[in-house]
Write a protein that binds this ligand. Structure first.
Ligand code: ADP
Ligand code: GLC
Length: 471
């Protein structure tokens, strides 16, 4: 079976978050199930640069108005197609925004062109799998082309919807009939995610809990009605993690590799982590954060809990970037608590491994979390996750309540409301568990033994693909 996977990021070529990890891992996850995945990415300069003497698979004089070509390459040994359209993608800055973090005003055209290109070549594949609003138009173009090729759309985060003014509709080059309630039209404007959700043959999201949550207004963010209407075409398939990248036994970015049986080797990583973050060395717990610094991630709540965290003997090492106000809140906490709070503003893949491999507990107080990957990395690395009970966090972490601790099955700490009080209570509970060394070690080992590889979820995607191709 040949599948075209359409996305705006894929590790290791371009990454701003978990979407890239998942899109990057899918080809290898699906291969054992007889699926050959070709990944289609936008031709950002950093992606085009990795191609060596690429063959040209296709050319357009005007793809939504601009010249474009498709270049062939490889991503981790799997087929890759890159949409080289300099008018859209040859720019400095990030995939979605310029150097000042302002979204490119023509993002609708940039990613609609990606979807249009996918639909144009879809005939060479058995199925198209689109990701998030940036890939979603692929499903809409296939539908309005009357294509026989089925489509799957995966929602990694329904908060990002690709909403634009109705004026952009003409530029999408869809038939007039597509500007309708069951098409592209969204609250009077254009909704690119909405267009995909209304068009795809199947919709998945990245955890079963989130699949339920987005049927409700608190999480559906305006799309709950459509999600509900699409009924059992919407399912949750939890993300896996890529053991080639995230495995402490073979992680060469760490000062010391280790397994569940050699946890004491983590000490060397903890010392390196303390040094990297200017923390005073010690045996008390080091909490860590690797996150976008945003409201979704509950980072304002964490900022409010920092003084209490320090007062209970904790230290914190935080790596992240995002909202300017949150960045400065953490930097000022570092000034208040030298040696206890360490902060790195920025994006650093290697340092994120050291935090998981040397930290004691990773804090994830998200207000919503479609799946979340950092808790899965934490589990694999013996860095105990402390998480809000929502979405994929609720589905993947087993709370250390009395029964779970007694049965030896706990893997982390969950808390309910995302408030400073609830987080502080969770931190206190975590510190208490940390002091019971046997209990803590059992939790670490349970997490490390849990299977968050791609075997089960890869099989579920493959089964979904098959059901659509057969239909
Ligand atoms: P989201 O995609 O919503 O940001 P996830 O938990 O699914 O959340 O994925 C985040 C991914 O980005 C993980 O691989 C995490 O390690 C990585 N990450 C987030 N912030 C940083 C950072 N500042 N430096 C390095 N990696 C980061
Ligand atoms: C999104 C979500 C995150 C999820 C990731 C990969 O970025 O915010 O929860 O893990 O996509 O699916």
């Amino acid at each position: 079976m040949r599948v075209l996977s359409v996305a705006s990021e894929a590790y290791p070529l371009v990454k701003t978050g978990g979407l890239a990890d998942v899109v990057g891992a899918l080809p290898a996850a699906l291969a054992p199930h007889g699926v050959e995945t070709t990944t289609l990415l936008p031709g950002y300069p950093a992606v085009v640069r990795t191609l060596q003497r690429p063959a040209v698979a296709r050319r357009w004089d005007a793809l939504l108005g601009v010249p474009a070509r498709l270049l062939k390459g490889h991503i981790d040994g799997h087929p890759l197609l890159v949409l080289d359209a300099p008018d859209l993608f040859a720019r400095d800055g990030g995939p979605y925004a310029d150097a000042t973090a302002a979204d490119w005003p023509d993002n609708w055209r940039r990613f609609a062109a990606l979807g249009r290109a996918a639909a144009d070549i879809a005939g060479e594949y058995d199925l198209v799998h689109a990701h998030d609003w940036q890939g979603a138009t692929a499903a809409a173009y296939l539908r309005y082309d009357d294509s026989v090729v089925p489509s799957v759309l995966t929602i990694h985060n329904i908060a990002f919807q690709g909403r634009y003014d109705a004026a952009v509709f003409a530029g999408l080059e869809l038939p007039e009939t597509a500007f309708a309630l069951d098409g592209v039209e969204y609250y009077g404007g254009v909704g690119l995610l909405k267009a995909g959700l209304a068009s795809a043959d199947a919709i998945t999201t990245v955890s079963p809990s989130y699949a339920d949550e987005i049927r409700r207004p608190e999480f559906g963010m305006g799309l709950e009605g459509l999600i509900e209407a699409r009924g059992d075409r919407v399912t949750g398939i939890v993300n896996g993690i890529d053991p080639a990248v995230w495995k402490p036994a073979t992680d060469t970015t760490l000062p010391a590799c280790y397994t569940a049986r050699t946890l004491s080797r983590r000490r060397a990583n903890k010392r390196a982590l303390e040094a990297a973050f200017d923390l005073e060395p010690g045996d008390g717990p080091v909490f860590v954060v690797v996150s976008r610094l945003t409201w979704q991630k509950g980072m304002d709540v964490l900022a409010g809990a920092i003084d209490a965290l320090v007062a209970m003997g904790g230290r914190l090492a935080l790596l992240g970037s995002g909202d300017a106000a949150l960045e400065s809140a953490f930097l000022s906490a570092r000034t208040r608590h030298p040696g206890r709070i360490g902060v790195r503003i920025g994006y650093d893949e290697a340092l994120s491994h050291l935090l998981q491999g040397g930290g004691d507990a990773i804090l994830i107080p998200s207000r919503f979390e479609p799946c979340g990957l950092t808790q899965l990395y934490g589990l694999a690395y013996g860095c105990v996750p402390v998480v809000a009970r929502t979405g994929g966090l609720a589905d993947t972490v087993i709370d250390a309540n009395e029964a779970a601790v007694a049965a030896g099955v706990a893997t982390g700490v969950q808390f309910g409301d995302v408030t400073v009080d609830a987080l502080v209570r969770a931190l206190r509970r975590t510190t208490g568990l940390y002091e019971q060394r046997d209990v803590w070690t059992t939790m670490q080992r349970q997490g490390m033994r849990a299977d968050f590889g791609w075997t089960r979820s890869g099989a579920r995607y493959a089964a979904l693909y098959r059901s659509l191709i057969a239909a």
